[in-house]
Write a protein that binds this ligand. Structure first.
Ligand code: HEM
Ligand SMILES: *[C@@H]1O[C@H](CO)[C@@H](O)[C@H](O)[C@H]1NC(C)=O
Ligand SMILES: *[C@@H]1O[C@H](CO)[C@@H](O)[C@H](O)[C@H]1NC(C)=O
Ligand SMILES: *[C@@H]1O[C@H](CO)[C@@H](O)[C@H](O)[C@H]1NC(C)=O
Ligand SMILES: *[C@@H]1O[C@H](CO)[C@@H](O)[C@H](O)[C@H]1NC(C)=O
Ligand SMILES: *[C@@H]1O[C@H](CO)[C@@H](O)[C@H](O)[C@H]1NC(C)=O
Ligand SMILES: *[C@@H]1O[C@H](CO)[C@@H](O)[C@H](O)[C@H]1NC(C)=O
Ligand SMILES: *[C@@H]1O[C@H](CO)[C@@H](O)[C@H](O)[C@H]1NC(C)=O
Length: 243
């Protein structure tokens, strides 16, 4: 097993035992909740995720993050999917807009599931299944997802700002943020391994590397990520960070 695989597997295990439990109905979820009411639910979600992944593998990272951002705000209730007429829903908040992606994959999965078994499978379960399928497609590890979540009907942008950890957080703030969801520091570190896949806007991490006056990270000039990041800084701000 290489390091990448170990990290993805560890994220899967922690997600499996914790992240998918909703705040309101912890303990009531069951693997195979839709066995009789919608036996092909998980297969249909898997197909929708696979179709999207084959077109753009980046959606896998988007869907993993979507599950996290759903669960950290009001529990795993699909509140992250709700739209508002006046731009005041979770998905409009800065941590989600414009970076959160994969919504259209959930929509496609939901449409397929609704056609097969109307008004039976919750969006919250679909988000949880889709994250599992994304981890499977990127890491070739698998875990079972207990299901039976109920969808919420409330989505408030301020809740996202209050509950999602910020990229500027110190280690102590990150530990506290996860402790508030009954997750340990070790689980926080393991779950952060989800960042093995995905993309980020430069603005989310650039100040960790360079802060206008001082190079914070010194590596050989040949290190390509830093070189890339310098070029991005130059292109975004017009400021050269060569040193
Ligand atoms: C520990 C606290 C965390 C912080 C501060 C954090 C912060 C961030 C930030 C700033 C980005 C980039 C957003 C952008 O600029 O586009 C990101 C991306 C991402 N995060 Fe996290 N994150 C955290 C935990 C997690 C967890 C627990 C998961 C899932 C288990 C996760 C999954 C992801 C994924 C997959 C991406 C890439 C998304 C994409 O490519 O669309 N993150 N995160
Ligand atoms: C659904 O079927 C699977 C496979 O037979 C089984 O492991 C699981 O316990 C079943 N779940 C329910 C709630 O019936
Ligand atoms: C395929 O991926 C591209 C790039 O992410 C996206 O713009 C497009 O909508 C996707 N097409 C389908 C059919 O999902
Ligand atoms: C936005 O719309 C929601 C739902 O209609 C409403 O409860 C809320 O007060 C509105 N917020 C603002 C700032 O207009
Ligand atoms: C996950 O990936 C493995 C290896 O590619 C595959 O054998 C397995 O069937 C997948 N599991 C699920 C639930 O799709
Ligand atoms: C939202 O859900 C709660 C709990 O099921 C319910 O009491 C309330 O009437 C719902 N509100 C709306 C606007 O549908
Ligand atoms: C998380 O924070 C909220 C709001 O501050 C608080 O009501 C709740 O008790 C905290 N939960 C835990 C497990 O610390
Ligand atoms: C930039 O980082 C250096 C080294 O950590 C620190 O001494 C300096 O105060 C920082 N400057 C700003 C503007 O944050």
């Amino acid at each position: 097993m290489d390091h990448h695989r170990v990290r993805v597997a560890a994220v899967a295990v922690v997600l499996a035992v914790w992240l998918q439990l909703p705040a309101a109905s912890r303990g009531q979820l069951q693997v195979g909740f839709y066995n009789t009411s919608c036996p092909n639910a998980e297969t249909l979600v898997r197909q929708a995720v696979t179709n999207a992944f084959n077109n753009d593998s980046g959606v896998a990272a988007g869907l993993i993050r979507l599950h996290f951002h759903d669960c950290f705000v009001r529990g795993c209730d699909a509140s992250v999917l709700l739209t508002s007429a006046n731009g005041t829903a979770e998905r409009d908040a800065a941590p989600n807009n414009p970076s959160l992606r994969g919504f259209q994959v959930i929509d496609a999965a939901k449409a397929a599931v609704e056609q097969s078994c109307p008004r039976t499978v919750s969006c919250a379960d679909i988000v949880a299944f889709a994250a599992r399928d994304s981890i499977n497609l990127t890491g070739s590890v698998s875990y079972q997802v207990p299901s039976g979540r109920r969808d919420g009907n409330t989505s408030i942008n301020q809740d996202a700002l209050n509950n999602l950890p910020q990229p500027t957080f110190t280690a102590a703030q990150l530990v506290a943020s996860f402790a508030n969801k009954s997750l340990t520091a070790e689980e926080m570190v393991i779950l952060s391994g989800a960042h093995t896949v995905g993309r980020s806007f430069c603005s989310s991490f650039l100040t960790r590397i360079w802060n206008n006056t001082t190079p914070i990270v010194r590596t050989p000039a040949t290190t390509s990520p830093l070189t890339i990041s310098r070029r991005l800084t130059l292109s975004l701000t017009g400021i050269s960070t060569e040193y």
